[in-house]
Every structure is written in structure tokens, then in C-alpha cells.
Design a protein around this ligand. Structure first.
Ligand SMILES: Nc1ncnc2c1ncn2[C@@H]1O[C@H](COP(=O)(O)OP(=O)(O)OP(=O)(O)O)[C@@H](O)[C@H]1O
Ligand SMILES: [Mg+2]
Length: 281
């Protein structure tokens, strides 16, 4: 269980708070999506959830951040890292720089945890296979494309098997196939009990994979619910979240007096078929 209560935060020396009285609750073994406009504070919230704020970035943090019954304020950064794996927004910055190959990079965090050599090799092989990056294992992490680096950054957290995984726009540099693959892997992880918080703009995939969706706007979480409900909310534009192509089409149709009035706007293709009254030919 992740529980943020009444969280306020300002960066060091900043005049305004990025978060004010923010609350968030994520049930264990679920995928929570968080959406919000650029600059809404997604990266800031991701760092708060993983203890990087205040341990690394400093600043003024109040309220409580409790993960699996433990308040992060009382934990050291290394204890936070064992509890929560953070995949940061820019994969280039996730590379440790301490190892010459992707294999070494993936093993680096496990070395720090004192994992036995054989176990380490097994985990690296397994995660590389899961994310389809086995062919990159002997390459330099610096010679990869942005998308490949992004997969390595995700893999470097997955090998650690943290009970909670926080991912900050982890598919921004991936093509649609790579993006679907990553969402598939996250769904598998959920099955094994991992609690996942993903900050992401790809609404259709969030709708398909997230258990709940939270909207960050105006310094706090302004809406939480089933992804379908949240994404069909008339306030998504106001929140700076946008809408799926199906919702936009439904809205346009409704504006022109087409489509049913008493049902929510569609979010997915299947819902659009129902909305527009289509059926099997
Ligand atoms: N290190 C910092 N010091 C001061 N202000 C910062 C710092 N990092 C971010 N901010 C400010 O905090 C606010 C939220 O930034 P944040 O990066 O969390 O937003 P975001 O939702 O992740 O944006 P994006 O979608 O562009 O990644 C912005 O106004 C930003 O300028
Ligand atoms: Mg960000």
C-alpha cells in the first residue's frame, strides 16, 4: 500500500510549492497510472514516492509518504531504494557510468546489494530476455539509441525486484511495439505482486493496463478512479490531460447532435463501437 497524505513540497529556494495538500492511495499489487500536463509535477511526485525527494533534491517536504506501512521520512536513501525502484524520466541519466557494458550496468545495483554472483547472472539474463535486450548485453550503455537506453533503464530496476516500482514516462522514446511490450511486462509484474505507479501520457495503454488512474493538476491529485471513468470526464482538457482519439471523436459527434446522449463518451475502440451503434457485419 502506498499512502500519501497532505503532501506539500517546494524545491530549495523556490518561491512556489509544486505540490500542495496532495493525497494519493495505491493498493498493493495494482498498477496506478498518473497523468498530468507538462510541468504539473509528475517527476516531482515520482521522486517523492521513491525518497529521492527530500534525500537527494532537498527542499521543503511536509505531510506523510507511507509505503508498506513505513514512513519514508524515517528511512535512509538506501532503505528507500530497496523499497521503491525509480525509473527516471531521462534514461541517459539512469546509467551509472560505472560499468562498460549493459550486462555490467544491470548487475551494478545487485553488486551493491551484495547479491551472489550466480544469482546476479541469472537475474540479468532473465530480465534481459523479458525486455528483449539480450543482444545488447555486451554493448556499451552509451552507444545505444534512446529507446534502447530506456529499456536498459527499466531493466536496471527490474533486476532489483523492488516491491514497488515507480516509472516516470518510461516509454517516451519507444516505438508503439516497444511501448506495448513494456506495458505487457508491467502487467506480468503486477501478477507477481509488484505495486506499480506509472507516469505516462499514453492514455489508451493506461486505459488498457492501469487499475486506477490519478490526475495531477493544480498542485494536487484532483481525480482518481477507474481509467475509463477518469478519461471520459468532461474536465480532462481543463486538467491538461487530453483525451483518446475515441473520446475526441465521440465528443465531436455529440457536439453535432450525433451518438447517444445518456451514455459516457467512449475511451477505447471497443467502447467506440458500442457508442456509435456498430456491431458485427
Ligand atoms: N530542481 C528543481 N528546482 C526548482 N524547480 C523545479 C525543479 N525541478 C522541477 N521544478 C519545477 O517544478 C514544477 C514541476 O516540474 P516536474 O518536472 O515535476 O513536472 P512534470 O509534470 O514532470 O513535467 P514534464 O511533463 O515536463 O516532465 C515545474 O514548475 C518545474 O519548473
Ligand atoms: Mg516529468
Amino acid at each position: 500500500m502506498i499512502e500519501l497524505a497532505d503532501v506539500c513540497y517546494a524545491y530549495p529556494g523556490a518561491e512556489r510549492f509544486v505540490l500542495e495538500h496532495a493525497d494519493l492511495r495505491v493498493e498493493p499489487g495494482t498498477i496506478a497510472g498518473v497523468v498530468g500536463a507538462s510541468g504539473a509535477g509528475k517527476t516531482t511526485l515520482a521522486k517523492i514516492l521513491s525518497g529521492f525527494i527530500p534525500h537527494v533534491d532537498g527542499g521543503e517536504l511536509s505531510g506523510s509518504v507511507v509505503i508498506a506501512g513505513r514512513d519514508l521520512a524515517g528511512l535512509s536513501l538506501s532503505a528507500c531504494v530497496r523499497q521503491v525502484g525509480l525509473v527516471i524520466q531521462n534514461p541517459f541519466n539512469q546509467i551509472s557510468g560505472a560499468r562498460y557494458t549493459v550486462r555490467g550496468e544491470l548487475a551494478f545495483g545487485l553488486e551493491n546489494l551484495g547479491t551472489a554472483r550466480e544469482e546476479m547472472a541469472d537475474r540479468v539474463t532473465q530480465v534481459a530476455d523479458l525486455l528483449g535486450i539480450t543482444q545488447l548485453l555486451d554493448r556499451s550503455p552509451y552507444e545505444l539509441s534512446g529507446g534502447q537506453q530506456q529499456l536498459v533503464a527499466i531493466a536496471s530496476m527490474l533486476v532489483l525486484r523492488p516491491p514497488v516500482l515507480v516509472l516516470d514516462e518510461p516509454t517516451s522514446q519507444l516505438d508503439p511495439a516497444g511501448t506495448r511490450m513494456v506495458f505487457g511486462v508491467l502487467s506480468q509484474l503486477r501478477e507477481s505482486g509488484c505495486t506499480i505507479v506509472i507516469f505516462e501520457h499514453k492514455l489508451e495503454l493506461l486505459h488498457a493496463h492501469a487499475d486506477r488512474l490519478h490526475v495531477l493538476a493544480g498542485q494536487r491529485i484532483v481525480a482518481s478512479g477507474q481509467p475509463g471513468e477518469v478519461l471520459a470526464d468532461p474536465r480532462t482538457d481543463e486538467w491538461g490531460v487530453g483525451a483518446t482519439r475515441y473520446t475526441r471523436t465521440g465528443r465531436l459527434a455529440r457536439d453535432r447532435g450525433l451518438g447517444p446522449v445518456a451514455v459516457p463518451l467512449p475511451v477505447s475502440f471497443d467502447e467506440a463501437v458500442g457508442f456509435f451503434g456498430g456491431g458485427p457485419r
